[in-house]
Ligand binder design. Structure first.
Ligand code: SAM
Length: 396
């Protein structure tokens, strides 16, 4: 549905505040904070317009007025929604993502028999691989909204909320396509669900913790995966939830209270060799900070602010986090590494280097995800969710 004038006016007022220091998602949060009477439906429409603008940014003429740019971007979006094939894969490869991305990703087709000294991209002409084209097309779509119901309650949640669809990939996942303000629903206040992307739900499932075990969620942030681990452990055993950001851990505690999760404790940890505890764990999850390329469908402005330097810097942090945390695993324990990105430097390169440097760790199949492989890339176009990389090891 085309945006009305009120939506367009608000959108333009948000866009003028966006800077490299105030990215689009933060600008939206700030705008809504200062305009707290806007109806939820209007907020959603404004967010959609802002994000669609950044999806089509490289097609618009930024010398024109913001109003004209916005009209053009939204028109392109409407054409694309009507017929996704109307935009050629070559145009998507050139304009939907920054130039550096393609060579940083190992497209599945490039691996088949490719012996290429300078990386897989050196072998191909300018046409995107079929998987690359499918990925780029997915990036231009509006993202799906995923919820995680409490264990065994996905069907019930889908029915009571309405407009919910369960998933074959994760037992408690529900895709919500309705228009309700979910934060105001009774189910949310009762702790009946968390808003959590499907790819993120697959991380705790891949960890496959048992009730009564002791786990360390080393980059717990606001606790999305801590809460899921706790649910899988039936609230039994103990999870150490650490992060370098104390404010995020406070949010984790509020979320845990709403979900009636009690089997955790929090501590700050900055990723250095000074560990938060001398305890040894049955399992460690490192949901590491990353460039977030896997979230570019949801947050398209990040395509234009993330750089290859960020990728390199984050890869060094990821290596250090793995290296420092791994020593806290018990013999026979399980180590999980996850990042919501798709760049080689932050995914397979990190996992391969860790395996090579730590012979006491054996890559372990991701059986809980139905895979015999020890590392998986989850693609947005295959899952209709964020992109994610997950790798697992077992300590001898
Ligand atoms: C991908 S987010 C974690 C998301 C969280 N696990 C969840 O499911 O909601 C990465 C987290 O790593 C934290 N972080 C960044 N650098 C860190 C470091 N050097 N040591 C520890 N945590 C770090 C960030 O504060 C952020 O919360």
């Amino acid at each position: 549905m085309p945006a009305d004038q009120t939506t367009l006016n608000h959108t333009a007022r948000v866009l003028v505040t966006v800077t490299p220091q105030l990215p689009a998602d933060a600008a939206l949060r700030r705008y809504f904070y200062h305009h707290d009477r806007l109806a939820p439906q209007l907020r959603r429409a404004i967010s959609r317009c802002v994000f669609n603008y950044y999806r089509w940014l490289r097609w618009v003429d930024t010398k024109q007025s913001l109003q004209k740019q916005l009209d053009h971007a939204l028109h392109l979006n409407e054409c694309f929604v009507r017929d996704a094939k109307s935009v050629k894969p070559e145009a998507l490869a050139a304009r939907a993502v920054p130039e550096w991305l393609t060579a940083e990703i190992d497209w599945p087709e490039a691996k088949v028999g490719a012996v290429v000294p300078n990386g897989p991209s050196a072998a191909k002409d300018n046409r995107p691989y079929p998987s690359e084209a499918a990925y780029l097309r997915q990036l231009q779509r509006e993202p799906a909204l995923w919820l995680r119901a409490r264990p065994g309650k996905a069907h019930h949640l889908a029915q009571t909320l309405g407009h919910g669809q369960t998933s074959q990939h994760a037992p408690d996942a529900v895709r919500y396509s309705g228009e309700k303000d979910l934060f105001r629903t009774a189910q949310f206040h009762e702790g009946a669900f968390e808003i959590q992307d499907l790819a993120s739900q697959l991380v705790a499932l891949a960890a496959a913790p048992f009730p009564g075990q002791t786990w360390w969620d080393a980059c717990a942030g606001e606790g999305g995966k801590t809460l899921h681990l706790a649910d899988l452990m039936q609230n039994k055993g103990l999870i150490w939830a650490t992060d370098r950001n104390e404010r995020r851990l406070q949010t984790l505690k509020r979320r845990a209270a709403r979900a009636k999760i009690f089997n955790f404790r929090t501590a700050t940890w900055d990723g250095s060799e000074r560990l938060p505890t001398k305890a040894k764990f049955d399992g460690i999850l490192i949901d590491a900070p990353c460039s977030g390329v896997g979230t570019w469908q949801r947050n398209p402005h990040a395509r234009w602010t993330t750089t290859l330097d960020d990728v390199r810097e984050l890869a060094a942090t990821q290596t250090a986090l793995l290296h420092h945390a791994a020593g806290s695993l018990k013999s026979g324990g399980r180590l999980l590494y996850a990042v919501c990105t798709l760049t080689r430097s932050e995914t397979t390169a990190i996992a391969d280097a860790f395996t090579a440097a730590h012979p006491e760790f054996t890559p372990a199949p991701l059986q809980a995800l139905g895979s015999s492989l020890p590392a998986l890339t989850l693609w947005p176009h295959e899952l209709n969710a964020n992109g994610m990389f997950i790798a697992a090891w077992q300590k001898a």
